[in-house]
Design a protein. Sequence first.
Length: 324
Amino acid sequence: MFENLIEKLKKNPTTLVFTEGPDPRILEAASRLKKEGILEPLLVGNPEEVQSAAAKGGFDITDIRIVDPANYRRMDELVEKMVELRKGKMSPDECRAALLKGNYFGTMLVKLGVADCLLGGATYSTADTVRPALQLVKTKPGNKSVSSCFILVRERADGSEEKYVMGDCAINIEPSAEEMAECAIECAHTAEIFGIDPKVAMLSYSTKGSGKGEKVDKVVEALKLAQAAAPELAIDGELQFDAAFSPVVAQTKCKDSPVAGQANVFIFPEIQSGNIGYKIAQRLGGFAAYGPILQGLNAPINDLSRGCDAEEVYNMAIITAGLK
């Protein structure tokens, strides 16, 4: 998966802004990305602090651009644009104060086209990464919400990759039917970007009416909305996980389904089951889990775990740039 992404990125120059420039994990990943010619890192922070941290860690950032919000020549333009985007909800002084922070400043660089995409969250919370994105970059046309997914990858015995997409496991706690439908469509498009031919299962504790209740009704409604909005996609439900995944079970429970028994994109009805599900696959199934990948925004913006290491930053930077 990464080999294909890297080759794609080397042919299509991409600038990715890191909102936490002085962080050693960011510096290690940025140095490697620049050296390997994968993308163009842009580090947000005080240049002296960034360079001092790089020297301390032994990271070569000689040709990497560092942008300091405190001395940015286009700051007045950023403030003016942010006031316009916030539509009276923030004063010019409030916008200027926000833009002195790496998360808002970096997001505005993406909004103005200075950078193509953004990766943050090494020290910021998920909310502090997502909030500026929603306020400034906003959702893309046709989308009303932001969702997330994880890509799960492990090597088969023959050396090929087994890949799945799971969503939403990180953003929407109790998504509505409309949000589930949007998530399903976005997850399918994300799957395509990463070389997966999407077959989308809307998961439930019921398979085709075997169970009853409001939670089942929501999944059924989400399926109808997703199929109406994207008839070209293979989406089916409501399906229990075994029916979605196992061809044998699918033959018993829903043999006429175009997805059952061969699903590779799994949409959970709420965040609790989604988060538990991907972690079970990661810990018991031996899958590498990449994400959360944010979906539905006008530009690729992703969130790191505050417990990440430099390898995770490197991988998520490639994934983020690959979404461009």
